[in-house]
Write a protein that binds this ligand. Structure first.
Ligand SMILES: [Zn+2]
Length: 506
């Protein structure tokens, strides 16, 4: 096992966190917790993208400074991630002086290596403040941006710094060839290959129209200091994170977790920038899909809303974590519905894992005074070992849904095992050895399950771990998933782990 530096996209500080933000953080958190469980030295970075014209405009509309606005938004995001049990080691904000200094240093490294990687170019076009970019004719309908029909497009002429992205075409093609798993899943890799086949155009690296950002380190030829444009400000956060006091981040990152809509920036512009600066390329980019609600994607601009706090409080944060990661593949798109959430809560948690733990531990209390007996290996142990192997295969490949399926498949096996062995009738017939064997096998299975469930439901897994009389933290219990040995442990029947019935639909 080794070092594992994992990041998520930084969220734009222009609204509250929604289910889409939460899905990404949860997926990355589940991966980070799994890597820690396996013994990796993990550094997990999340944060905020706090610059740009929209932030400045929103602040102006509210009559506050941009800094006051981003402080407020960052606090809401941090509180939400804490409520959801996101185990990030660092929360980066692009307004921090360390980030400003890092951005300027990265740009200077590019100037130093290849002075003409940046050049000045005049540009004129219709500019959408909503997109914070110039819009091609194809994306303008009735004089408005198709994505922001309520905003007025502005005709803008300016002279900016450009980055010679086109120079890195061959480098990127070679990178994709040499490291076929650099971009995953494969659908996203194919998109990037397609983009590269079309040829790359140079991208703007600075803007003259707003000042809420990092000053570009070199003035233009007419002496103007411009503001660093989004790619050169936001993307380097992964790299500047190591410059912060106390940070354990070490470049390169092992994994960037991002949404599929920003794959181009992370798999084309970002590696080109790093290579231009003489820096290493991250090991892997994982682009997840989107969560939809009533057929629409969660986003501020689309107005699709669902109160994340309501979803957290409905069955508790761990249930929401489990539901999203079990229901929606981390490579795919999926739907959120309250009905499905309640169904899964009942079937997988209350009637599934919760009921299994409750009836198994109640029998150990009733028949063995709460002390786990010793017993030989059973078919349930074989199912347990197979579940652990399947779980590892899935989780190593970031298939979180597959990991949850492997673990909950074992819940099903254990419930069947109870029906087949009928411990209550073994007790009635005073078949001591057989009863011990069944109870011991169930306790071993529950130890395994609490470890496997811990990246998905860290709080509930730890509760179960304690009901099982296990010491220390379930997060350090991987060896007990492989070789559970709870004999002689004192267990207690769980109380109210997954209460029923759920509240009525909102
Ligand atoms: Zn727009």
């Amino acid at each position: 096992m080794g070092r594992f530096f994992i990041t998520t996209a930084i969220d734009y500080a222009n609204g509250d966190p929604h289910m889409g933000h939460a899905f990404e953080k949860l997926g990355a958190d589940c991966i980070a917790r799994y890597r820690r469980l396996r013994g990796d030295d993990v550094w997990f970075l999340v944060g905020m993208d706090e610059h740009g014209q929209k932030v400045a405009q929103t602040a102006a509309e509210r009559g506050i400074t941009p800094k006051a606005l981003v402080d407020e938004v960052a606090a809401v995001f941090q509180r939400t991630w804490s409520e959801l049990g996101i185990s990030n080691d660092q929360f980066i904000r692009t307004t921090a002086p360390e980030h400003h200094a890092g951005v300027r240093r990265l740009i200077e490294k590019i100037f130093a290596k290849n002075p003409d990687d940046f050049y000045e170019r005049s540009y004129a076009g219709w500019y959408c403040v909503g997109c914070e970019s110039f819009k091609p004719e194809a994306e303008i309908v009735d004089g408005k941006c198709v994505l922001h029909p309520t905003r007025t497009l502005e005709w803008v002429e300016e002279r900016n710094w450009f980055f010679r992205l086109s120079r890195y075409q061959q480098f990127l093609q070679d990178l994709m060839e040499r490291r076929p798993d650099f971009v995953q899943p494969d659908t996203r890799r194919n998109e990037i290959l397609g983009l590269l086949r079309q040829g790359l155009e140079d991208v703007s690296a600075s803007r003259s129209r707003f000042s809420w950002g990092v000053p570009f380190p070199r003035p233009t030829s007419d002496g103007e200091t411009q503001t660093t444009y989004v790619w050169f400000d936001a993307l380097p956060n992964y790299w500047t994170a190591a410059d912060f006091p106390g940070s354990g981040a070490t470049w390169p990152a092992q994994l960037h977790v991002i949404g599929k809509d920003i794959t181009r920036f992370h798999c084309v512009i970002w590696p080109a920038m790093l290579h231009a600066a003489g820096e290493e390329i991250p090991e892997r980019v994982w682009a997840h899909g989107f969560i939809y609600y009533g057929g629409d994607r969660f986003s501020k601009s689309a107005g699709v809303r669902l109160d994340l706090r309501e979803a957290i409080s409905r069955h508790g944060p761990d249930a929401l974590r489990y539901f999203l990661l079990r229901e929606v593949g981390f490579a795919a798109d999926g739907n959120f519905t309250w009905e499905r959430f309640d169904e899964r809560y009942l079937s997988d948690l209350a009637d599934g894992l919760g009921n299994l733990a409750s009836r198994s531990l109640a029998m150990i209390e009733k028949y063995r005074g709460g002390v786990v007996p010793a017993g030989p290996a059973t078919p349930l142990d074989e199912a347990g070992a197979a579940a652990v192997a399947g779980y590892v295969r899935a989780m190593d490949g970031f298939d979180l849904k597959g990991g949850a399926e492997a673990a909950w498949g074992l819940v099903t096996s254990a419930n069947q095992y109870i029906v087949q062995t009928a411990p209550w009738s073994l007790a009635k017939q005073e078949k001591v050895a057989e009863l011990d064997a069944a109870l011991a096998a169930l306790a071993r299975c529950l130890v395994r399950l609490s470890v496997l469930a811990s990246p998905f439901m860290p709080g509930k897994a730890q509760e179960l771990w304690q009901y099982l009389g296990q010491d220390a933290s379930v997060a350090q219990g991987w060896s007990r998933a492989e070789r559970p040995n709870p004999a002689t442990a004192k267990v207690r029947k769980p109380e109210g782990m997954f209460p029923k019935p759920p509240p009525p639909n909102p």
